[in-house]
Design a protein around this ligand. Structure first.
Ligand code: NAD
Ligand code: TYD
Length: 370
């Protein structure tokens, strides 16, 4: 494509080393792997607090490959710790920052949102301050389509107003505004990516796709909120990484870029596709009490990111099949969390206990009770 080639010809040198915060989480760990593979001269420092959602072992594939491992350094720490971040930026001569670090699950934010404020808002502020003090040349803030709120029809453009409706999306919207303020007030080279719902290997089994895959593999019920007709735009994790890479390399200062998969599907469609791939009956589906304030639909206009050369490449059915295979082949990665982690068990009970018990007779009739 002419536009893509033109963009690639204009590609500037990738700043190195890169600080990837939240790089032991789902998307961050794929981004680290993708960038080290694609850019042989790049060095990456990962800073991660290793919350319940972050694991060093998410970087195991990189660490097992000497040509990649030698260009990666892992640091355990909090983005809200300004002194630590400042020290790291200075010592490692960090040229650019890509911030994935966040509390990310809407349902958890509905129970209690203080961690979301501490990381997604205060943490981002501290990171911006440190990056400015140390003259970092580029700062990419990884944000979400959820900041636009529910979109009944059409597709959100970057110029649309933010109307976040959950504590999670409100905290991400606050960070977007703070990042833009650092561009306006101090001329910092800040860009924002707003990605859509992402799926793929290594996603913590609390989000729709990994939760339903792991439940289905163990013949446990799949708790679908409301009528199951809420729509999300699904983006493969590798495509999400390619979009962020395009913005890091060619994004304009002070600009926002939507990164979506152009793949709107109802939750029911996604659920049936998962069951179909695993070969389990639809009787596992349980319609349960809806999420409060549940956004009905997200959809993104991605033309601005496409002008940077971004284009989603992964077919949803294929990507979902590969994701299912990954969870089937990596049971140790998720079984210990689901069955042994006390915090996860407590979260699951609080989130789904009553929802599932309220329909326990229907479940028993279907022959798929826990
Ligand atoms: P995740 O929950 O899998 O990982 C988050 C990572 O951040 C974890 O490794 C965690 O340990 C780390 N972290 C949390 N608080 C930290 C802190 N204070 N300091 C340092 N590290 C900290 O998240 P994800 O799904 O990979 O999402 C990454 C980013 O992408 C987030 O900013 C999220 O808002 C955004 N996003 C996610 C999706 C999605 O569908 N998953 C879609 C669009 C945007
Ligand atoms: P989720 O993966 O939590 O992402 P987000 O809320 O950030 O979009 O949820 C995706 C969709 O799936 C959303 O419409 C809520 C729905 N959902 C269920 O129906 N049941 C569940 O158990 C979960 C976790 C999500």
């Amino acid at each position: 494509m002419a536009t893509t080639d033109a963009c690639l010809q204009e590609t500037p040198q990738l700043p190195t080393p890169l600080l990837v915060t939240g790089g032991a989480g789902f998307i961050g760990s794929h981004f680290v792997e993708h960038m080290l593979l694609m850019h042989p001269a790049l060095r990456i420092v990962v800073l991660d607090k290793l919350t319940y959602a972050g694991r060093k072992e998410n970087l195991a594939d990189v660490e097992a490959e000497p040509s990649l491992a030698k260009r990666l350094r892992f640091v355990h720490g909090d983005i809200a710790d300004r002194a630590l971040v400042g020290e790291l930026l200075k010592k490692e001569h960090i040229a650019a920052v890509v911030n994935f670090a966040a509390e990310t699950h809407v349902d958890r934010s509905l129970h209690e949102a203080i961690d979301f404020l501490n990381t997604d808002v205060v943490g981002v502020y501290q990171l911006l301050v440190a990056a400015r003090q140390h003259n970092v040349s580029r700062f990419v803030q990884v944000s979400t389509d959820e900041v636009y709120g529910s979109v009944e029809s059409g597709a959100s453009k970057e110029s649309d107003p933010m109307e976040p409706r959950s504590p999670y999306s409100a905290s991400k919207a606050a960070a977007d505004l703070m990042a833009l303020a650092f561009f306006t007030s101090y001329g910092m080279h800040v860009s924002i990516t707003r990605g859509s719902n992402t799926y793929g290997p290594r996603q913590f089994p609390e989000k729709l796709i990994p939760l339903f895959i792991t439940n289905a593999l163990e013949d446990r019920p799949l708790p679908l909120y409301g009528d199951g007709k809420n729509v999300r735009d699904w983006l493969h994790v590798r495509d999400h990484c390619r979009g962020i890479e395009a913005v890091l390399m060619r994004g304009e200062a002070g600009s926002i870029y939507n990164i979506g998969g152009d793949c709107g599907k109802t939750n029911l469609e996604v659920t049936e596709a998962i069951l179909n791939i695993i070969g389990k009956p639809t009787a596992l589906i349980r319609f349960v009490q809806d999420r409060p304030g549940h956004d009905r639909r997200y959809a993104l206009d991605t033309s601005r990111a496409r002008r940077l050369g971004f284009q989603p490449q992964t077919n949803f059915e294929l990507g979902l099949r590969q994701t299912v295979l990954w969870y089937r082949d990596n049971v140790d990665w998720w079984k210990s969390v689901i069955h042994q982690d006390k915090d996860f068990r407590a979260y699951y009970e609080r989130q789904y206990g009553n929802r599932l018990r309220n329909g326990v007779e229907a479940l028993a009739e279907s022959g798929h009770g826990e």
